[in-house]
Design a protein around this ligand. Sequence first.
Ligand SMILES: [Fe+2]
Ligand SMILES: [Fe+2]
Length: 293
Amino acid sequence: MIDDLQKKIEEVIDFLPPIPAVMTELLHALSNKDIELRTLAGIISKDPLMSMNVLKVSNSAFYRLPNKVTTVDHAVKLLGIKEITGICIACGAYQSLKPSQNVETFDCDDFWRHSVATGVVSRRLSQELEILDHNVIYFLGLLHDVGKVVLDRFAHDIYKVVIKTTREENVTLREVEQRLIGESHDMVGGWLMEKWKLPWTFVDVAKYHHTVKEAPEDNKAATAIISFADRLAWLHYLGVESNFDVTILTDNDAYLYLEKITANIDEIDLGKFMQELDSANEEIDEMTKILQL
Ligand SMILES: [Fe+2]
Ligand SMILES: [Fe+2]
C-alpha cells in the first residue's frame, strides 16, 4: 500500500521536469533487439541538446578515441548502442534534475562529483573482476544516489539539517534521512527511476545500493559492484593513508557477495587500487564538467 509520505514524495517527482522525450523514445526503441544503429542515431539527432551531449562525451578524455567524432551517426557506430544509451540517460537525468535558478538546493557540485566518481570506480572494478558490462555499470554508478536530489527538493530545509547531522554525529546519511524525513534516498531514487521508466537494473541499483542482500537476484551483482564502488569513492574523497585497514572495505555485504560470485576479488590489492584512483581524477573532472553544460 502506498503511504502518505510516499505519495507526497512522488508528487515532488511529478513536478520535476520530465526526462527528455527522446530518452523515452530511445528506451522504447531499444526494447527491440534488432534495432539498427541508423535508427538510433536518427532518434538522437532529433534532439539538438542530446546530440551535442553525445558528441561532447564521445570526444572527451573519458573514451580516448583516436579521431574527433563530428556526427551522431559516427558516435553511435564507434561507441555502440548500450554506451550511447547510457550517455543519453545520464545527460537526460542531469537535465531533469538541474534546479531552476530560484530554487535553493544542497551542494550539487559535490553530489555530481561523488556520482561520477562512483561511476568511474565501478567501471574499473567491473573490468578488474571481469563481470558485467563495464560501460553500462558506469551509468548505474552515476545515477545511484539520485534520490538525494528528490529528498532535497521535497524538504530542503530539513535536508540541510540531515547533512549537517550526518557530519556531526558521524552516522550514515541513510539513518538520518529515515529519522528526520521518514524515508531514505535509496528507496526514493528507486521510485524516481520507476517513474522515468528506466531499465529495471537502474531501479534496483538505486533502491538496494545500501542493502545489497535485499536486491533481486537478477540485479544483485550490479548492485554489489555499485555499493562497493560507492564506499571506495567516499574513501578516496576523504583521503586515506596507503596503509589503511582494508577491513573497512571488506566487512560488508557487497564485498561478501562479490567474493562469492567472482574468482579474483581477493587478489585485488585494495591499497594499491585506492592509490591508483588518483589517476581517475582527470576522468572525474572531465565528466563532471561535461554533465554540467
Ligand atoms: Fe547512497
Ligand atoms: Fe553514494
